[in-house]
Design a protein. Structure first.
Length: 94
Protein backbone atom coordinates (compact mmCIF):
# COMPACT_ATOMS: atom_id res chain seq x y z
CA UNK A 1 0.00 0.00 0.00
CA UNK A 2 2.99 2.29 -0.53
CA UNK A 3 0.97 3.97 -3.27
CA UNK A 4 -1.24 5.65 -0.66
CA UNK A 5 1.67 8.01 -0.09
CA UNK A 6 2.31 8.65 -3.78
CA UNK A 7 2.55 12.26 -4.91
CA UNK A 8 0.17 11.38 -7.75
CA UNK A 9 -3.44 11.96 -6.70
CA UNK A 10 -4.81 9.48 -9.25
CA UNK A 11 -2.62 6.70 -7.88
CA UNK A 12 -3.71 7.44 -4.30
CA UNK A 13 -7.37 7.52 -5.36
CA UNK A 14 -7.13 4.26 -7.32
CA UNK A 15 -5.34 2.51 -4.46
CA UNK A 16 -7.91 3.39 -1.82
CA UNK A 17 -10.76 2.49 -4.19
CA UNK A 18 -9.22 -0.96 -4.67
CA UNK A 19 -8.86 -1.37 -0.90
CA UNK A 20 -12.44 -0.22 -0.37
CA UNK A 21 -13.72 -2.70 -2.95
CA UNK A 22 -11.74 -5.52 -1.31
CA UNK A 23 -13.35 -4.66 2.01
CA UNK A 24 -16.76 -5.43 0.46
CA UNK A 25 -15.78 -9.09 -0.03
CA UNK A 26 -17.23 -11.05 2.87
CA UNK A 27 -14.99 -14.02 2.15
CA UNK A 28 -11.79 -11.97 2.19
CA UNK A 29 -12.66 -9.24 4.67
CA UNK A 30 -11.45 -11.01 7.82
CA UNK A 31 -8.16 -12.15 6.32
CA UNK A 32 -7.60 -8.70 4.82
CA UNK A 33 -7.95 -7.08 8.23
CA UNK A 34 -6.19 -9.76 10.31
CA UNK A 35 -3.33 -10.84 8.06
CA UNK A 36 -2.30 -7.50 6.64
CA UNK A 37 -1.73 -4.07 8.09
CA UNK A 38 -4.42 -2.64 5.84
CA UNK A 39 -6.26 -0.82 8.64
CA UNK A 40 -3.08 0.78 9.94
CA UNK A 41 -1.91 1.68 6.45
CA UNK A 42 -5.15 3.34 5.40
CA UNK A 43 -5.28 5.25 8.67
CA UNK A 44 -1.88 6.86 8.00
CA UNK A 45 -3.17 9.45 5.50
CA UNK A 46 -5.80 10.57 8.01
CA UNK A 47 -3.26 11.46 10.69
CA UNK A 48 -2.51 15.15 10.68
CA UNK A 49 0.09 17.42 12.23
CA UNK A 50 -1.98 18.36 15.28
CA UNK A 51 -0.48 17.62 18.65
CA UNK A 52 -2.77 16.55 21.45
CA UNK A 53 -1.51 17.38 24.90
CA UNK A 54 -4.26 15.39 26.58
CA UNK A 55 -3.27 12.03 25.02
CA UNK A 56 -1.68 9.89 27.70
CA UNK A 57 0.89 7.14 27.33
CA UNK A 58 -1.73 4.45 27.84
CA UNK A 59 -3.60 5.61 24.75
CA UNK A 60 -0.41 5.65 22.70
CA UNK A 61 0.57 2.17 23.89
CA UNK A 62 -2.64 0.80 22.39
CA UNK A 63 -1.71 2.00 18.92
CA UNK A 64 0.03 -0.32 16.45
CA UNK A 65 3.74 0.47 15.97
CA UNK A 66 3.17 1.83 12.47
CA UNK A 67 0.77 4.46 13.80
CA UNK A 68 2.90 5.28 16.87
CA UNK A 69 5.78 6.23 14.59
CA UNK A 70 3.56 8.55 12.56
CA UNK A 71 1.95 10.22 15.57
CA UNK A 72 5.42 11.24 16.76
CA UNK A 73 6.39 12.59 13.31
CA UNK A 74 6.32 16.39 13.25
CA UNK A 75 6.23 16.62 9.44
CA UNK A 76 2.88 14.92 9.01
CA UNK A 77 0.55 15.89 6.23
CA UNK A 78 -3.04 14.74 6.16
CA UNK A 79 -4.41 13.57 2.81
CA UNK A 80 -5.30 16.88 1.10
CA UNK A 81 -8.01 15.52 -1.22
CA UNK A 82 -11.47 15.33 0.36
CA UNK A 83 -12.73 12.51 -1.86
CA UNK A 84 -9.73 10.32 -0.99
CA UNK A 85 -10.23 10.96 2.73
CA UNK A 86 -13.90 10.04 2.30
CA UNK A 87 -12.96 6.79 0.53
CA UNK A 88 -10.59 5.94 3.37
CA UNK A 89 -13.34 6.52 5.92
CA UNK A 90 -15.77 4.45 3.84
CA UNK A 91 -13.24 1.60 3.79
CA UNK A 92 -12.90 1.72 7.56
CA UNK A 93 -16.65 1.56 8.04
CA UNK A 94 -17.10 -1.61 5.99
Amino acid sequence: LWSLSSKNEKIRKATIEIVRNCCFSKTHHKSLVRETQVVERILLPLIGPEKFDDVDEEDLEGLPELLKQRVEDEDLEREPVDSIRQDIIDSLLL
